[in-house]
Design a protein. Structure first.
Lengths: 434, 435
């Protein structure tokens, strides 16, 4: 029931977008596919640095900032290689950006940020946010986030996003000026509330269920993987003890000495090799984590659909009941039980004037109600359409990315096996000289 | 003792073993069994009470015999083959025990036939070891598997335990068979060929309980006295044994720890498999690669299980045997020291005594010979032992390395085929990736 000629279609959830901006958004979703920011601009998160400063409650704190570099694509291809523009941002600003995008584009599966705190760690990695390995992996994750947003048809055109990349000062104020936070609160409330929807779109119900399953399965996998990594570390490192004992033993032997000594070196090499192996495995874990958080984003989109559907159903229900009331009043029959009806029976009928007034009010309410239902219906349809487009896009991206992740895991295993073969062949040679 | 004793190795399946009426026989038997350990460590050579054919030759000719040791033990010249297999439980009213089949094939002339098959129990092996140590206190007898295994509360009749023990007993007999001196002893021959009744009576012909007691007392006295002028080479040996004990003990521990860690890693890896399978059920495009992933991990788990089992079966027992060896080595060095201490004491006594000097001098000469013989025996056997140790441990480690290579090669194949199938599929879908 959309009003097909109009270009001024309200984008759900953000009534602060100007008509021209909403037009822009619409255009991008439906028409211009492929002209996203990433095609015009190179983005990377180049460095991380520690800073100390006073926080909101005037206490000293240490935090990490990340350097975002941007450069127009054409400039690089011209071969001039100019110095990129850059600015520093900290994690909380990334969070602010994402929260804004969540509210501004509720129909989009918004890319997730790397985790706030290190979870699913195995013993070697500390859960310390200042740990250099953690910071490095976070830097990569933040860059990944920016690239994903910049290559998204809808998100990449957002002005707030653009100024996040280009305007260091005053960006925060600009975001707050959009007033998105008020909506963020109500949105959060709505998404957390439990409500029953009568006719949800089956695709969304299924997708939400999928999101639940994905989150459960990836969490389990990450947990087991972390424990397995811990054990593998143990296996390799204990071999280092062989190195030490062989070396000591070689000191008391004559003919066996050389063979033992050199075998010992290989055992040390074997023990040391696990560090690189597990670092690569961590990358696989990061790829899984991204989709763990994506599962959440998908669920949010589905919940939003439920919310809009619910609001529509509420409006429709309200309209129906108002129409019924009108009928009762007009015909004088009480079809359904109502307190009004009972009190009027007890305390006497209303005067004709009172009834007239009531009818008039109901008529107005019904008119408004019908408008509301129309509006909400449109909202629902629009939401379903645009959200499903993004969900399809997400599904394709997910299938591609996770397949790539599995492939890179296999490559890593292959490399580990090859190293193992090499070390043990070397050791075997040394042992045979014992 | 004419009554059948529990030690009667009746062929399997026959449960109608006569219940001995004379219990005292059993008690002595078991006591002997335990005491065998004690006596065999401390006993010195008793003159004139040897039951060992080779003992009747003079020490001088004994020394000569060692010169031939290098030529013995070659695979081509091996003229005796011994196997220990077929463990079977044997139940009587009094006890339950396991017997093993010992098969011998030989071309040696001193054997009456070329093939023998007997059944022996652990006690019998223990007896043989004791006899050999008694007769040759400064020769190195390969260790037997332990009597009890304290850790893990392993039952004596647990399958794995019996199999491990069987393998160790097999190795023990083979080492004896390869030893130039031991393999030509009467005791060894009787062990391999005698029917159980014969063996039992032969066992009873050893030195009496009381005379053994006397020997132990002498041995303790000797070790308390201590050696005055130990030749440097034996001190070097002692130092080596101490260091070697430490190293082999560490290797044993490290190897066992590795097996433990691998087992735990395997447990975690196994848990991944059903998760990937579960995941594949929620997916469409990804269902196939995820299922494939689960299969790959499953294969790797099987390979890991194989690898752990092989470590347990090969490297661990090999190292453990050499841990036990260190006890033997220490005992041998101690016994040599005791012989020397004895001799030194006698020498001193002679210096002080005025009467009976001639008789004492005779005895002294004999003791000096004995000492010289013991020293030479030890020196040759030491060299021999070192060679055997080197061979054993080298092959154990080479084997282990080989198996590890094999393990990684198998896993490599699993992942390479996964990669290949995924890439082919991706290309088929038009999504070519370059990695």
């Amino acid at each position: 029931m959309a009003d097909s000629g109009s270009e001024e279609i309200a984008v759900i959830g953000n009534t602060d977008l100007t008509p021209s901006e909403s037009e822009n958004n619409l255009k991008n979703t439906m028409v211009e596919k492929g002209t996203n920011l990433l095609k015009r601009m190179e983005i990377n998160v180049a460095e991380a640095e520690k800073r100390t400063g006073k926080n909101a409650v005037n206490m000293q704190e240490t935090y990490t900032v990340y350097l975002i570099e941007t450069r127009p694509v054409d400039a690089a291809s011209e071969g001039t290689n100019p110095v990129p523009d850059s600015l520093w941002r900290r994690y909380s600003e990334f969070e602010l950006l994402r929260n804004y995008l969540l509210v501004a584009y509720p129909f989009v599966v918004v890319p997730p940020l790397p985790e706030k705190r290190a979870e699913f760690v195995w013993h070697k990695l500390t859960a310390d946010n200042m740990d250099p390995d953690f910071v490095e992996r976070r830097r990569v994750g933040l860059e990944n986030f920016l690239l994903r947003v910049a290559s998204h048809q809808v998100l990449s055109n957002d002005k707030i996003f653009y100024s996040f990349l280009t305007e260091e000062n005053g960006w925060k104020e600009t975001v707050f000026e959009t007033g998105f936070q008020a909506k963020a609160d109500s949105r959060l409330k709505a998404l957390n509330a439990t409500f029953r929807v009568k006719n949800p779109d089956k695709r969304f119900a299924d997708m939400k269920h999928y999101g639940d399953e994905l989150q459960s399965v990836i969490s389990q996998l990450l947990r087991v993987r972390a424990r397995a990594a811990d054990r593998l570390y143990g296996v390799y490192k204990v071999h280092g003890n062989y190195g030490r004992v062989f070396s000591e033993w070689s000191a008391i032997e004559k003919e066996m000495g050389d063979g033992l000594q050199s075998a010992g070196h290989h055992m040390d090499a074997y023990a040391a090799s696990v560090d690189d192996i597990l670092e690569e495995e961590e990358h696989y874990a990061d790829q899984l984590k991204e989709y763990l958080f994506y599962a959440d984003a998908v669920r949010a989109v589905c919940r939003k659909h439920e919310l809009t559907q619910f609001e529509l159903e509420m409006a429709a229900q309200d309209l129906t009941s108002k129409k019924q009331q009108r009928e009762e009043l007009a015909t004088g029959t009480v079809r359904t039980f109502s307190l009004k009806g009972m009190t009027s029976k007890l305390f006497g009928q209303e005067t004709p004037e009172q009834r007239e007034a009531k009818l008039k009010m109901l008529e107005t309410q019904i008119e408004e109600g019908e408008e509301l239902v129309k509006e909400r219906n449109t909202e629902c349809d629009e939401y379903v359409k645009s959200a499903w487009v993004d969900i399809e896009r997400f599904k394709e991206q997910k299938d591609h990315d996770l397949r790539e992740a599995l492939i890179s895991y296999a490559i890593m295993q292959i490399s580990m096996c090859k190293k193992g073969i090499q070390v043990w062949n070397n050791a075997k040679e040394c042992f045979s000289k014992m | 003792m004419s009554d059948p004793v529990v030690d009667n190795a009746v062929p399997s399946g026959n449960s109608s073993v006569a219940i001995p009426t004379d219990i005292s026989g059993q008690i002595l038997d078991l006591d002997e069994d335990d005491d065998l350990e004690v006596f065999s460590k401390g006993t010195t050579l008793t003159e004139g009470s040897s039951f060992n054919a080779s003992m009747q030759t003079s020490p001088a000719s004994m020394i000569n015999q060692y010169k031939f040791e290098e030529e013995e033990g070659d695979a081509d010249t091996k003229d005796i083959f011994v196997t220990v297999d077929n463990p079977e439980s044997f139940v009587t009213a009094i006890e339950t025990y396991v017997t093993y089949r010992v098969m011998t094939k030989t071309t040696r002339s001193e054997f009456d036939a070329s093939e023998f098959e007997v059944r022996r129990r652990y006690q019998d092996f223990l007896w043989l070891k004791g006899r050999l140590e008694e007769a040759h206190p400064t020769l190195i007898v390969h260790p037997l598997p332990e009597k009890f295994v304290m850790k893990g509360m392993v039952e004596r009749f647990n399958e794995d335990f019996i199999e491990t023990r069987r393998k160790a007993l097999h190795r023990f007999l083979n080492r004896i068979a390869e030893h130039p001196i031991f393999s030509s002893t009467d005791d060894f021959k009787i062990f391999l060929t005698a029917e159980s009744g014969e063996l039992t009576s032969h066992k009873k012909q050893g030195p009496s309980f009381l005379s053994r007691m006397g020997e132990t007392v002498k041995a303790v006295a000797a070790s308390v006295r201590g050696v005055r002028n130990r030749p440097e080479e034996f001190t070097d040996m002692q130092e080596y044994v101490e260091a070697f004990t430490q190293k082999i003990g560490s290797l044993d521990k490290v190897s066992q720890r590795i097996v433990r860690e691998k087992k735990e890693h395997l447990e975690e890896l196994k848990e991944c498999v059903p998760i990937y399978t579960l995941w594949s059920q929620s997916e469409e495009e990804l269902a196939e690669p995820l299922k494939s992933m689960a299969d790959c991990l499953d294969s790797c788990c099987k390979e890991t299980e194989e690898q752990v089992k092989e470590h347990n079966d090969l490297l661990i027992p090999a190292l453990h045997e050499y841990v036990l060896c260190t006890e033997t080595l220490k005992a041998v060095l101690r016994r040599r020291d005791n012989i020397q201490a004895d001799f030194e004491a006698k020498t001193e006594a002679l210096a002080m005594k005025k009467a009976d000097k001639d008789a004492m001098r005779d005895e002294l000469d004999k003791m000096e010979d004995r000492l010289e013989w013991a020293n030479n025996a030890l020196k040759s056997d030491w060299t021999r032992w070192q060679k055997v140790m080197r061979t054993d441990l080298r092959s154990a480690f080479v084997d282990t390395a080989e198996r590890n290579v094999n393990y990684y090669e198998k896993c490599l194949a699993v992942w390479e085929s996964f990669l290949h199938s995924q890439r082919t599929e991706a290309e088929g879908n038009g999504k070519v990736d370059c990695s």
